[in-house]
Design a protein around this ligand. Sequence first.
Ligand code: GUN
Length: 300
Amino acid sequence: MSSNNANIIDGKAFSNHLIETLIPDIKTISNIIGRPPTLAVILVGEDSASQVYVRNKIRQTEAAGMISIEHRLSADTDEKTLLAQVKALNDDDKIDGILVQLPLPKHINEHSVIQAINPEKDVDGFHVVNAGKLATGLAGLVPCTPLGCVLLLRETLGDLSGFNAVIIGRSNIVGKPLGQLLLAENASVTIVHSRTKNIEDLTSQADILIAAIGRPEMVKSSWIKKGACVIDVGINRIPAPEKGVGKFRLVGDVDFAQACLVADSITPVPGGVGPMTISCLLRNTVLAAAQRKGVEIGFK
Ligand code: GUN
């Protein structure tokens, strides 16, 4: 008999709850500065996944009572034009947060564009100033997906102190900042990646296992310790012929059916980490507005 009994962590519900907690702060800021916190989103090109993400980010920002301004640039936009757009938003006092959706077209240097954003408006937390603050324990803007993972973990496990956390993936967007955040929570952190030898030996000791590799269903039950908490950051589109010709479905980096047999709790895809990324973006936009304008709010 299988024991398909892992607790499914409801990222959507927790994300909605987090957004509710932001509403009083959004009202306070609006009353004091005479306008709601405002997010500018730049989307370059026609990548279909990016279009969906940006649409969701804008819809939820506005649903929470904030302003969002979208700047759509064609795929052949040159780097100079994009940098000029970023500078205009830096200089615009009515803009609190700037998000440049990644990936950018190949002819644009992503690093140069991210470093051009005023760190105080860097709601993605990707600027080296914010990365450095996170690494050294100073308050700054923290990348949204790792922050969402930690909030879900705290909600599920409580105090994370002393847990053995293993992160699969070492990206600047997820793996590395998540390692810093979990260290700040007093977890023991191991980051494994494509060059790690005997990856399963390390992952199968994890109390907390986080998959952020971008490979559909790569993490099998043998990678997972019995009773672990599994956070699946992956969002992969794979063919779903059972839904019809040319149809797709979304899966994570974890083989969900297998993982449910061994994990104590697990995030689903969709409905796990994805919604948390958006609510943390809203949180960062509120924080950026409050800090720029010197307004006291209920969190840091
Ligand atoms: N592309 C995939 N994830 C992200 C993200 O968190 N922020 C931005 N700007 N682009 C992304």
